[in-house]
Write a protein that binds this ligand. Structure first.
Ligand code: S3P
Length: 173
């Protein structure tokens, strides 16, 4: 029988990888990080892919990942923040699982990402204002495509993970 994945979507720094890891540690759900998978396949970092090939090439890799994804085992998949902006990706995620949006305010996001330097879209744009603007461009799409929305501001990974399981009706170990 084909299994349904959980796709964690949301802005950079919304906690997708952290929550996927918590769902693995606490409930034994298998974790798959889309950016890490792409980096392994390509043998280089996301920032090098952007620099050497451009953003469009990277977006193509995201779509390829989703198209290739089989459903033999269920995974919690932390998606890159731009994934839902492509309709093709949304179709693929809807077909293969449940889309869970992790929501956080720009101020929270800024605090979480301000000291990291692996996100090409934020390099040179590391301000709360820029984050707010980019989030504005994306949030209506995020909201529309999500099957489940979970707020993450000022909440622990454990609380958020428990709410995801409750809302998706998926049972961990
Ligand atoms: C991106 C988000 C990043 C990564 C790339 C582009 C985006 O992933 O895929 O830098 O367009 O929002 P995270 O959301 O895991 O930071």
């Amino acid at each position: 029988m084909e299994k349904k994945h959980i796709f964690l979507i949301g802005f950079m720094g919304s906690g997708k990888s952290t929550i996927a890891h918590c769902l693995y540690k606490k409930y034994g759900l298998l974790q798959l990080d889309m950016d890490k998978y792409i980096e392994n396949e390509e043998g280089r970092k996301i920032s090098s892919i952007f620099e050497q090939e451009g953003e469009a090439y990277f977006r193509g890799l995201e779509t390829e990942f989703l198209k290739k994804l089989d459903q033999k085992e269920m995974f919690v998949i932390s998606c890159g923040g731009g994934v839902p902006m492509n309709e093709r990706n949304v179709q693929e995620m809807k077909k293969k699982g449940i889309i869970v949006l992790l929501h956080a305010n720009p101020a929270t996001i800024y605090q979480r990402v301000k000291n990291s330097h692996h996100r090409p879209l934020l390099e040179g744009n590391m301000t709360e204002e820029y984050i707010g603007k980019l989030m504005e461009q994306r949030s209506s799409v995020y909201d529309q495509v999500a099957d489940v929305i979970v707020k993450t501001d000022n909440r622990s990974a454990e609380e958020i993970s428990a709410e995801i399981l409750e809302k998706t009706k998926i049972q961990g170990e």
